[in-house]
Design a protein around this ligand. Structure first.
Ligand code: ATP
Ligand code: MG
Length: 400
């Protein structure tokens, strides 16, 4: 099989129109009619390959180039390309021409190489081999190649993830180092405040220094909590107690003022197996957010009830339904705007001038560690409801 003719088009039943001076197409097509079943099989094989193929003869004329090759090179297919030189057909892709022109010169052809097509922003991986006749003389060469752009993008994402992971470690290291000097600033400013006379701005400046150092310290502590892997210390816990404690803690973080807090707890809530301290942090963060959203006026309702999550239908009969507790923390504040709802759980997303944006990120991490889930339901102007679902007996151990 020397020249591989282009794929035959579907049978054309329209009247045949002569292409050039009196030579009817029927006559020109003769050679194709003689192609053997084997020829056709190989033609289909090459044309359907998911790899790109480009073969050319010793004189540089193209013997075959499949659709995938055209796609990768960003060229439009034309039947007339067969028989033309690759230097001509690929003139818009000089980088490829350079590779192909070495096919008969290099003693060692690359087994696996990459080529970047800058103007197409595409990377291809290729192998190049010579086509030899029975006597071993090179009569042509063939390039097999594949679009690696997506692979590259995946690798790039992987590298980014690694970088972020090491950034997290670095952040944890910095946060740890910052804790001591910040505590020092706070203590020393406090000492100084006792020594300077109660005149001028000195006292209020020192009070500001202390307040800012406290804020910086709170951010550092939150950051450490976020980057640290969650390790649960599971114990039998009274949910009602956790919720009452959380309200008190949230009040120490954000002034509650005239906000009304109502609790609707189902009678006979079962004891749950959770990390009490961390679950308390979940509800403290949710309540602190609600207090901040209400800004001193409005209502918060905390509802707790039991429910069961049905077993996966695929495992029906093998798995019991999971008993859970469901806690809703609902406020009638301004709500979360639709465009922010995807982002509120992201670390560092905040709409508050003094916020670190870690509150909900930590909440999600702790809930995940308990094999639970958290959902938000909110619309601008109609308040916000966070729903936390936790299995009554959750897994214990290490969670990243
Ligand atoms: N109950 C709520 N009502 C309205 N918006 C809310 C509510 N809870 C959270 N948000 C929005 O979600 C954002 C992220 O909350 P998150 O608790 O993660 O960070 P933050 O409260 O801004 O800072 P901090 O780290 O101090 O908690 C908030 O800035 C706010 O815009
Ligand atoms: Mg918050």
């Amino acid at each position: 099989m020397d020249v591989m003719p282009p794929m035959p088009h579907r049978e054309n039943t329209r009247p045949v129109r002569p292409l050039s001076a009196g030579v009817p197409v029927e006559r020109r097509r003769k050679p194709r009619a003689q192609s053997t079943p084997d020829d056709r099989f190989f033609r289909y094989l090459v044309s359907n390959m998911r790899n790109a193929v480009l073969a050319f003869r010793r004189d540089g004329t193209i013997a075959l180039m499949n659709d995938e090759a055209y796609r990768i090179f960003g060229l439009k297919k034309s039947d007339g390309d067969l028989g033309r030189t690759y230097a001509d057909v690929l003139r818009e892709r000089p980088a490829v021409i350079r590779v192909l022109s070495g096919a008969f010169e290099l003693s060692h052809l690359p087994n696996r190489a990459e080529l970047r097509l800058k103007d197409l922003d595409r990377v291809i991986g290729y192998t190049l081999s010579q086509v030899k006749d029975e006597a071993g003389a090179p009569i042509g060469a063939v390039m097999f190649f594949k679009d690696l752009t997506q692979v590259e993008q995946l690798e790039e994402r992987e590298r980014l993830r690694d970088r972020l992971a090491s950034l997290g470690e670095m952040a944890a290291g910095i946060a740890h180092e910052l804790k001591n000097p910040l505590a020092g600033i706070e203590v020393m400013a406090g000492l100084l405040r006792r020594q300077v006379p109660q005149v001028g701005d000195a006292q209020s400046l020192l009070a500001d220094i202390i307040a800012e150092a406290k804020l910086a310290n709170a951010i550092v502590v939150e950051m450490l909590e976020f980057v640290r892997p969650v390790r649960l210390q599971v114990e039998r816990t009274d949910l009602a107690e956790v919720l009452h404690q959380s309200v008190t803690l949230a009040e120490t973080k954000v002034p509650r003022r005239a906000v009304e807090v109502k609790m609707n707890l189902e009678a006979d809530l079962p004891a749950i197996e959770v990390d009490q301290h961390q679950l308390c942090q979940v509800f403290t963060n949710l309540l602190a957010n609600a207090f901040e959203a209400l800004d001193g006026r409005g209502h918060i309702t905390i509802t707790a009830s039991t429910a069961t999550i049905e077993a996966d239908p695929a495992l029906a009969g093998m798995q019991e339904p999971t008993p859970t507790v469901v806690v809703d923390v609902e406020d009638d504040g301004p709500g979360v705007p639709a465009e922010a709802q995807d982002k509120i759980f992201d670390p560092f997303f905040t709409t508050k001038p003094q916020g670190s944006g870690l509150g909900l990120a930590i909440v999600r991490k702790i809930v995940d560690a308990h094999d639970g889930r958290i959902d938000v339901n909110s619309s601008a102007g109609r308040g916000t409801r966070f729903r936390v679902t936790i299995p009554v007996a959750s897994a214990s151990g290490w969670f990243k």
